[in-house]
Write a protein of this length. Structure first.
Length: 254
């Protein structure tokens, strides 16, 4: 019980009234706009080859809203360096697996399975590297060698997966899907390792994801909105993590 109280204290510390209001407002906007713009019949008309029924499409919409809300909470908590972000990320990953399977974004579905597993890895890794004074995880930078290695891996993975995805039936955007898949796998590794560079990568991922989900907006418009929120948040968090990582780098180099 005492450990639970201590954990709650750490997760709730550092929050301001604006942070809470902003988070609630974003979730309300995503829910309201999605419900007002959902066009189930329009999706069926524009995708005559879809095997989804009306009820299945509506289920996807509801799951998209829930996944979007949980995703926003997850990324805001993660940006603040809070350990509890992994709890919301776990549930969001399960919903993303289902949604992307239904709309045939196979690459993102696969990376959602990977993200599900990484929530456990990240939780245990972060729990051992929490700053006792700020109640947030410690941030750091990659070395130049690590940056070159990770960028090379991302480039090769995108090309190879793009060629593979192009052979899959109903895969409409193979190389965009391949980039998002590869980049999300890499960014999750960078997040677990507490590297500030993850946010630069997330900025690009969010731009690509907004485009991807807007192209099937009748079903996944909530996810497009979620990634718009992610995009803004990734810029804010990039600035925050870069500043704190530079400070930690100075301490480590002393």
């Amino acid at each position: 019980m005492q450990k639970l109280k201590s954990l709650l204290h750490e997760e709730l510390s550092g929050w301001k009234a604006f942070d809470v209001i902003w988070l609630v407002l974003l979730c309300a906007i995503i829910t309201t706009v999605t419900l007002l713009t959902t066009d189930t019949q329009g999706f069926i008309a524009s995708h005559p080859d879809t095997a989804l029924s009306v009820s299945a499409i509506r289920t996807c919409v509801i799951c998209s809203i829930i996944a979007a809300i949980l995703g926003v909470i997850n990324v805001v908590l993660g940006g603040k360096g809070k350990l509890s972000n992994y709890f919301f990320g776990l549930i969001s990953a399960v919903l993303m697996i289902y949604i992307n399977f239904m709309v045939k974004n196979y690459g993102i579905m696969a990376v959602s399975v990977y993200n599900f597993v990484m929530q456990f890895v990240g939780f245990f890794k972060w729990s051992k590297n929490m700053n006792k004074s700020t109640h947030e995880v410690n941030k750091c930078h990659m070395t130049k060698k690590e940056r070159i290695i990770y960028f090379s891996i991302l480039t090769v993975a995108t090309i190879v997966l793009g060629l593979i995805f192009r052979q899959l039936p109903n895969e409409n955007r193979p190389f965009i899907d391949a980039f998002i898949t590869s980049a999300q796998v890499l960014s999750m590794i960078l997040m677990v390792k507490m590297f500030a560079e993850q946010w630069w990568l997330w900025i690009v991922i969010n731009i690509a994801s907004i485009y991807l989900f807007l192209t099937s907006r009748e079903v996944t418009f909530a996810l497009a909105l979620m990634y718009m929120v992610y995009f803004v948040n990734s810029i804010v968090m990039c600035i925050k993590w870069e500043k704190e990582a530079r400070e930690n780098d100075k301490l480590l180099n002393k």
